[in-house]
Structures are given as C-alpha cells and as structure tokens.
Design a binder for this molecule. Structure first.
Ligand SMILES: [Zn+2]
Length: 296
C-alpha cells in the first residue's frame, strides 16, 4: 500500500522506466500513467477501490505494452492510481500463459510451448514485471524435436499437435535412428547367391510404381537378367500390360540374342501367373519360379 500511495516518481525510480506490479488480487489491468496507454476509448464509468479504502472512477480503457512483445488489452485508466497493476488472472487468460511465483521472482511461461515469455522480480514483497532476458535456445520447432520429446510417436500422432507450434518438417539429418532400429520388423536381407552362369537362363520380373510419370504411366515393369544383371524397364499405364510386355521381351531375346529364356522368376502377381501366361510358358518350355512378396 505504501508503494501504491507514493507519488509516481517513486515507482518509476525503481527500474528507471515504467514499472508494472503483478497483482493476483485485482480483476483488471489498471494504469495510473496515461502516457503508457494506447487505443484509448471512453467507457461507462467503472468504480475502482483503492488500497486506502477509497473509491475512484475509471472512464477510459485502452491497451498498454508490457514490453516490446507483450501487449495488454482492456486496461483501465485510473487517474488517481499511482502505479500500474497487471491482473495475474487476466494476464494468464489473455496471453495463454502460466505464472509461477518463487521467493524472489516469478516466471511467466507460454502454456503450450513452456517457453519463458516474461518474468517478475520481488522487491519489498511486491513482484514487478521484468522483461525476459532469457534467450530462446531454439525458436524453430522441428518436428523431430517434438518426436523425441513425446518419445517417438508416429507422424500421424504428431499431426494432432496444435497449429500454434508451427512445426517445421524434418530434414534428411532429422531421421530418428531409434525409430529405425526399434520399429523395423525384419532383419536385413543377406546378399543372394546365384549359380546362374549363362545370360537369359533366368530372368527376374517385377511391377513397380505408384506415382504418375510425365508420360502418364502409373507403373513400370522391370526385367533383370540374373547372370549379366542387364535390366530392361517398360513404362505401363496399367498393370495388365505386363503380360504382353513380358511375352514380347521373351520373343525379342530369342530373335536378337538367339537365346531361349529358361526360367522366369517373379512374385505371384496375377500378371505373371494368369492362365494365358502359364500356357505361354508351357508352349515355349519356360519354367516359372515364384519369389516371396516384398523381397528384394
Ligand atoms: Zn523416433
């Protein structure tokens, strides 16, 4: 009360500039110094009780800056008040923050990010607002940082985080090794051993793709000769084209390289195992071998 009742010069001297008391008892931000206010507007008179038991009236309301970043709205201008009061309850609500009080200071933190947005210093039993001098360690909210904080949730889970976090997408360096090791469902594949010596004795076929290519193809058929590792790739608009392309390839090898393909190995895709294809293999004396799905 002695601080509040002292002339304005008293509290201005405390910090060398406008000082703000953090008060958990007042229900509104109140200012006695009109020079710190902006956006003033007339309001219907509001009765304000002063610590000395007297009442006074506030006729104007506006905004005031706590510092360059924090702005208070709905601040009452109370001409007879010799100090500036920050209502802790209003502060928490307006800035979506929490205020924690300690013996000689208090800390104002963003409720979501938990970053410090301001602080207070206790002098003579009163907490005065003090601009946060703490440097933010990292203003960029990387997705991988939150991935680690929340103990490796899926990216779908991270998408539920509030937009206010403004998460930055991962870069190549942000790959989480723990996830790679912990979530892999199979051991690595050993290098295959092949006894095929002659070109075109065995070919491997597979269909790939999901994205549309520039020419409008959705898939491609890859044919790899086991002995030479020579590879042919055919773009396809539809998977069903694979059967005809494979037939054409077998005939092309026969004509161009004078070789008969002996074994065709593929997964059990219908394009390679359909009735007409089986008849074709039989007609040309070709054996068909199947490999497991999703195996290299
Ligand atoms: Zn992880």
């Amino acid at each position: 009360m002695s601080l509040i009742d002292k002339p304005k010069a008293r509290y201005e001297r405390l910090s060398g500039k406008t000082s703000w008391m953090l008060d958990s008892r007042v229900s509104c931000h109140m200012v006695g110094d009109i020079s710190v206010m902006s956006d003033l507007e007339k309001i219907s008179p509001v009765a304000v009780s002063l610590p000395n038991g007297m009442y006074t009236m506030a006729h104007e309301r506006g905004s005031a800056n706590l510092d360059t970043k924090l702005k208070l709205n709905n601040v009452l201008f109370v001409p007879k008040l010799n100090c500036n009061l920050v209502s802790v309850s209003k502060l928490c609500k307006q800035l979506n923050c929490t205020v924690t009080f300690f013996d000689d200071c208090c800390v104002i933190q963003d409720r979501t990010l938990r970053t410090m947005v301001g602080s207070g210093e206790q002098t003579n039993g009163v907490y005065y607002y003090k601009k946060s001098t703490m440097n933010l360690v990292n203003t960029v909210n990387r997705r991988c940082l939150w991935h680690k904080r929340l103990r490796c949730p899926s990216s779908e889970f991270l998408s539920y985080l509030p937009n206010t976090l403004r998460l930055v997408h991962n870069t190549k360096e942000d790959v989480c090794e723990i996830c790679l090791c912990a979530k892999q469902i199979r051991r690595k594949f050993s290098i295959g051993q092949s006894n095929v010596k002659e070109n075109f004795d065995l070919i491997h076929c597979d269909i790939w793709g999901r994205n549309v290519s520039l020419c409008g193809a959705h898939y491609f058929l890859s044919i790899v000769d086991c002995a030479s590792r020579g590879t042919w790739v055919y773009l396809m608009k539809d998977r069903s084209e694979a059967s005809e392309l494979l037939k054409e390839f077998i005939l092309m090898v026969k004509t161009q390289f004078h070789k008969i393909i002996k074994v065709v190995r593929s997964d059990n895709g219908a394009e390679f195992t359909s009735g007409p294809m089986c008849a074709f293999y039989q007609e040309h004396g070709i054996l068909r071998e199947s490999s497991c799905v999703d195996m290299p």
